[in-house]
Design a protein around this ligand. Structure first.
Ligand code: TYD
Length: 137
């Protein structure tokens, strides 16, 4: 898996004078069955989240409110995605290290995930991640 597999997904947006509506369906708008949803909120100014990688987990990250930057790194190159629209999702493939920075006040960051929480799927150490990324190529 590489950074090239990660991409912005243009989610459906039903425009309506009463307010817009976006929906996400398993396997249609994300290439996996959604097993878990979690969200980050009340993030204090200057706080950074992420700083880990996953062995097998796939995710879609959506800025439900506010904005933030997601820095993705496959061990060879990195790319920053600025997220600030709730009709865009950022698909993150397995074997990607991610850092989340510049979280705006009041931002809500929703993550759809392909598996339930499993600590053994995490890389918490960057050097360990780099080694595994190298070996998986
Ligand atoms: P973590 O994934 O490290 O958060 P972030 O990447 O946003 O900085 O998770 C933080 C803590 O929350 C960690 O102790 C594990 C726990 N957690 C769960 O119990 N279930 C979950 O689904 C998630 C995402 C985290």
């Amino acid at each position: 898996m590489a950074l090239a597999d990660c991409r912005i997904v243009d989610l459906p947006k039903i425009q309506d004078p009463r307010g817009n509506l976006t929906f996400i369906e398993s396997r249609t708008h994300v290439p996996f069955a959604i097993e878990r949803v979690y969200y980050l909120y009340d993030v204090p100014g200057g706080a950074e989240r992420g700083a880990h990688g996953h062995r097998t987990l796939q995710q879609l990250i959506v800025a439900m409110s506010g904005s933030f930057d997601v820095i993705l790194d496959d061990g060879r190159e990195s790319r920053t995605f600025h997220m600030n629209r709730s009709y865009y999702g950022l698909y993150v493939s397995p074997m990607i290290w991610r850092n989340i920075t510049n979280v705006s006040s009041g931002a809500v960051l929703m993550v759809l995930a392909s598996q339930r929480y499993d600590e053994s799927d995490y890389f918490r150490d960057y050097d360990e991640f780099l080694e595994a990324a190298r070996n998986s190529r």
